[in-house]
Design a protein around this ligand. Sequence first.
Ligand code: NAG
Ligand code: NAG
Ligand code: NAG
Length: 412
Amino acid sequence: MPPSSLSSELPLSFSLLLLLLLQILGARAQELTVLQTRGPLKLTEGETLHLNCTLTGFGPPGSVRWYKGSDRVQAPVYNDKTPPPPRVERVVPLSDTDYSIRIRSILPEDAGTYYCVKYKAGSPEREYKVGKGTEVLVTATPSQPSIGGPPSRVDLGTSVTFNCTSDGFFPRDITVTWLKDGRTIRASQTFTLPPGKSTSYQVVSTVEVSLTEKDVKSELTCKIHHNTLNRPLEQSFKLGDALRVTPKISMEPSHLVNALVNQLVTITCSAKGFYPNNTSLVWWENGSETGPGAPEPVTQEWDGTFSLKSTLEVNATEPRNHSVFTCYAVHNSLTSNHVYLILKVFREGKVDNFSPNKGQGLFSKPELWIIFVLNKTSVFLFLSIVLWRKMSRQGESRKQESPIMLQSTHQK
Ligand SMILES: *[C@@H]1O[C@H](CO)[C@@H](O)[C@H](O)[C@H]1NC(C)=O
Ligand SMILES: *[C@@H]1O[C@H](CO)[C@@H](O)[C@H](O)[C@H]1NC(C)=O
Ligand SMILES: *[C@@H]1O[C@H](CO)[C@@H](O)[C@H](O)[C@H]1NC(C)=O
């Protein structure tokens, strides 16, 4: 209704007044506008987000809601007709022009574009006016990276994949570097997830390492670089935690021990270079276990591996002639390897190969006993007598009668 159509029928002064009134009303009757803060708003995880929304002009009755995203698929962030969700509150409650809201403890997933929407009441209710949207960016606080290794310890020479994971990054550009004992090594693959657009990204980087004996003390480090970080995030992994090194086992004396009847023989079993410290030694005599012997404390070598010794004292009785003494290394609850020797018992006259045992002889013949205990040089004398007696007695047939030496008994 233009004011000019009325003016012809009304007095001039009145029409002027009406014109003025209509101009004021016209300004007020201006179409409703939804004004929002212009973005983008940059926040750090945990901060409070202020979203301003002001309505100006006239509009039909109806509710005002806040939505994230332009599609309005998800539930509204705020609806003036229902109680707000826990982190959300109205800045000016009950105002019918100011629909500003606050969202506390902002999260990376809260990033997006927020729209203040005015509805027109009715059935169905219709969207009436929408603000231009406020873009919100949230800088996440990335998580401390974690390194995953093999599910169980692996043997030397095995190629193992390690992965380093960290999440909560925004924006997407994340760089991962790997170091082994301070030296950069190449990553096999680095992924940033999800592949599409997101408000928070996760990074997964993998590296392949072939484990060697030296790696017992090695350290693998994953470094994550991102422009929101003052310094890269770091995580380390001790390669020894992924390794299993089986012991090398040996016996002293080896293979065969010749002893006089009732001589006390000491056998030492050594397990060397194992990792981790979970090896024990078990002794067997012929077909039955005789126990742990006398184990010495585990020692750690410069390379990080462990060593262990156990001694067994055996009284060389006659029935023990040809007995087999076996030392088993039990590593990681598995019997990994063993070594054994055979005991040969001789009556004093028959010994041709006196064992290098530290064990003192208990000789059945008193004259030999006396010779032995006279002094240390008597050992040499004793050996000479034994050798001389044997040689003179056996002559050519000596070879046949001497004890058969057993061949190497090392087994894996
Ligand atoms: C929102 O409005 C308030 C008061 O009207 C103002 O102080 C504040 O700066 C505004 N916030 C933004 C992000 O525009
Ligand atoms: C090896 O392990 C045993 C038992 O688990 C422990 O008592 C010992 O201190 C360890 N030795 C070393 C050198 O780590
Ligand atoms: C033990 O066996 C050997 C044969 O291998 C024999 O010569 C020796 O006399 C035996 N020892 C005893 C104490 O019987």
